[in-house]
Write a protein that binds this ligand. Structure first.
Ligand code: NAD
Length: 211
């Protein structure tokens, strides 16, 4: 049985993060032609205990058969449903600079079920250009275009000083999920999820281990 959507808010973030990892591993196992996997093997792939795997999955219902394990295909489909990635997730990107262009050009997102359907920039020299078949629109048209399109997640790749203002506009357009690359704290109402990616911080953390 799947939990009610609202209850998913109480699932620890670490578990949600591992769900995506489970999906990747299960996909690889499926590609290898295996039709069965135990929690012990799944745990080994992630470097966690089999008990943790069972506990993670127990948040979402009963999976697998005791003593047999899981069917990788069935489990992956269930997990994708839980993650909401059992359908194409539509993305918009704001800021088509170095990073924005690189993300738009990356073909891997499509195979993972993510599709850029809109791109915006302030710079009139970029407006109208096509990147990976997608035309860059003017940020002045943000509200008009978002109103008529089915954007699920907005990827924010504008300079830090423009980020809050753009996010405020996105919130008014009823966008509730934002992946932010700008290195700045952004305030959003509680119903909006904003995840920030900071590669510099990751590098700093990694630098610690160089000593
Ligand atoms: P860039 O200057 O090359 O691109 C920024 C783009 O945003 C430009 O095209 C600019 O015209 C556009 N822009 C500016 N204000 C805008 C607005 N109000 N509305 C729409 N578009 C607007 O910068 P970049 O190197 O691509 O970096 C983009 C952002 O990502 C920066 O905030 C940078 O600090 C950050 N960044 C983050 C990481 C990370 O790991 N998180 C890594 C690199 C860059």
């Amino acid at each position: 049985m799947e939990p009610e959507k609202n209850n998913l808010r109480y699932v620890p973030k670490s578990v949600i993060k591992r769900l995506a990892l489970y999906c990747r591993i299960l996909h690889r196992i499926e590609m290898d032609g295996l039709t069965r996997i135990s929690s012990k093997i799944l745990a080994q792939f992630l470097g966690i205990t089999p008990a943790q795997v069972r506990k993670d999955l127990a948040y979402f219902g009963q999976f697998g058969v005791p003593g047999f394990g899981y069917n990788p295909h069935d489990l992956r489909i269930h997990l994708k449903k839980i993650l909401g990635t059992d359908r194409i997730i539509n993305l918009a990107i704001i800021g088509v600079g170095n990073l924005g262009k690189a993300l738009l050009s990356y073909v891997g997102f499509k195979t993972q079920g993510f599709k850029f359907i809109a791109a915006f920039d302030l710079d009139q020299r970029k407006v109208g250009r096509k990147i990976n078949e997608l035309k860059v629109s003017s940020i002045n048209e943000l509200e008009k275009i978002l109103k008529d399109s089915d954007v699920d997640i907005v990827v924010l790749t504008v300079p830090a000083n423009a980020a809050q203002e753009v996010v405020d506009r996105l919130v008014k357009c009823n966008i509730t999920a934002i992946l932010n690359f700008a290195p700045i704290r952004i305030d959003v109402p509680s119903h909006v999820r904003i995840h920030s990616v900071d590669l510099a911080m990751e590098l700093e953390r990694l630098s610690f281990y160089l000593r």
